[in-house]
Design a protein around this ligand. Structure first.
Ligand code: ADE
Length: 300
């Protein structure tokens, strides 16, 4: 996988040479290049931003500098496009500007969101975009080329993603959470880590990914984990985990995952497909106050 990152602080991404991602680069699984957006400026101050049209606080990143940079990295010729500047204002995560905005669940269920492996995906972190999920990480882990653009200040000119969508580029905008950061660099690091760890050969133990929170079609928060000693400072590992009875251990963990998800993320319980729940799952959910006779669980 080839990964380009454009930022006014490319040094920030030196940390990507450490740890598992550093090893993955050494092994040739990923090739990460961080570019300085200012290299595409022509003025003495290397300015990348300007005041917002219509007034308001802060500065907005200029489209001309970004387009010179992105055209070069995407091997595109500059052109002019005809599009309505309000058309896809709420269609930030979708690759297709003509489609109406979708909910996160609809986007996840839509096979069109899976990137074509031969097409680069241009990704802008943005606090006003749909939330980046494990599903997005999984989809993006199949792409061959990801290009991340880090915004700073009050963000980037809205015509940048619009223009590249009109050019047929798979453009996505994602928020990593309901809070505002100083720029996209941290968000890109978060997304990159979530994506690259899913690449075949990246993790030592691929099975651990299958069991993780948010993974799979019936995603639950993961059960708690313990290691030795069995009794530490007066707190004991649950007896069943020491029993050696794998079926019992699996059931205990599954029930714990259901109970934890019920408490912390009932929205994930509501999204479960009842036809994929076994008898014991249904019993546990009923005991937790859920009705499981329909397509999805409903709170009683
Ligand atoms: N840039 C600033 N805040 C952000 C957030 N929460 N997610 C993605 N990009 C951002």
């Amino acid at each position: 996988m080839k990964i380009d990152i454009v930022s006014v602080f490319p040094e920030y991404f030196e940390v990507l040479n450490l740890s598992l991602l550093g090893k993955a680069q050494e092994k040739g699984l990923v090739e990460v290049t961080a570019h300085n957006l200012r290299d595409w400026t022509h003025d003495v101050h290397h300015s990348v931003d300007d005041t917002p049209v219509g007034g308001g606080a802060g500065m907005v990143m200029k489209p001309e500098v970004w387009s010179e940079c992105l055209d070069e990295l995407l091997h595109l010729e500059p052109t002019t496009v005809t599009c309505d500047s309000t058309a896809d204002a709420d269609d930030t995560a979708s690759a297709d500007a003509a489609e109406p905005a979708e909910s996160a669940t609809e986007i996840a269920a839509n096979a069109d969101t899976v990137p074509a492996t031969d097409r680069p995906v241009l990704i802008f972190p943005n606090p006003s975009a749909p939330l980046f999920t494990q599903q997005d990480a999984t989809e993006l882990s199949h792409a061959n080329h990801l290009l991340f653009g880090c915004g700073r200040y009050e963000g980037y000119d809205a015509r940048i993603p619009q223009y590249y969508r009109a050019q047929g580029v798979d453009v996505r905008e994602y928020s990593i959470g309901d809070y505002v950061l100083n720029g996209g660099e941290v968000a890109v690091s978060v997304m990159l880590e979530a994506i690259t760890r899913l690449l075949p050969g990246f993790m030592g133990n691929a099975a651990s990914i299958v069991e993780e929170s948010y993974t799979g079609e019936n995603a639950l928060l993961e059960h708690r984990q313990y290691t030795k000693p069995a009794d530490w400072r007066g707190i004991k590992v649950p007896d069943v985990l020491l029993s050696g009875d794998h079926a019992k251990v699996d059931r205990f963990r599954r029930d714990e995952a259901l109970a934890k998800t019920n408490k912390l993320r009932p929205d994930l319980i509501e999204a479960l497909d009842c036809s994929k729940l076994d008898k014991a799952d249904r019993k546990t959910l009923m005991a937790l106050g859920w009705e499981v006779s329909g397509t999805h669980p409903r709170q009683r």
